[in-house]
Design a protein around this ligand. Sequence first.
Ligand SMILES: [Fe+2]
Ligand SMILES: [Fe+2]
Length: 198
Amino acid sequence: MNENKMRFDSLLTETARRGIENVMKELDGLGFYTAPASTRFHGNYPGGLLEHSLNVYSEAILIRETQLRLNPELESKLPSNSIAIAALLHDVCKAEIYQPERKSRKNATGQWESYDGYGVDYSAFPIGHGEKSVIRLLRWGLEMTDDEIMAIRWHMSGFDLAFQSPESRNCYHAASGKCPLLVVLRAADDLASHILEM
Ligand SMILES: [Fe+2]
Ligand SMILES: [Fe+2]
């Protein structure tokens, strides 16, 4: 896990983006580097969120390469710095929401057994998912491009409750139409969480 933290920090440092040092400090304070990525699904163990963020980055880099091979003109819309910011930081909203707790489940013989798992508590800053990541990053002083903001805000697409309102849906579709970074991030997140981490 230490290795993952070193890779994560060095990829972010390489962006040389204003505010990035403070982002890493704030993430550390919130427990990002040891947090799980979910309670029951992908990455539900200490360091799972960090691992997931790196997996999304690796997927996004591969998708970017393929897209640029097919259409080199996309390069200006997919700068590698933006891939790093969007992929590595898309889920910072999850940093403090999971807490270790004893849970119960039925084992293979139908007997109840207890095990170490995670509970979820949104009360620290209940403001959403992608939008929470964006708000936190901006408050921490990270300089972000419009494309990075759109990509992180809408990376959950149809899984986002706000997506159900017509205005939000229209914003989402408008963002998808003008922001290849969002489309790449969405695909990378899906590939990481539903194939790589299963
Ligand atoms: Fe997410
Ligand atoms: Fe994710």
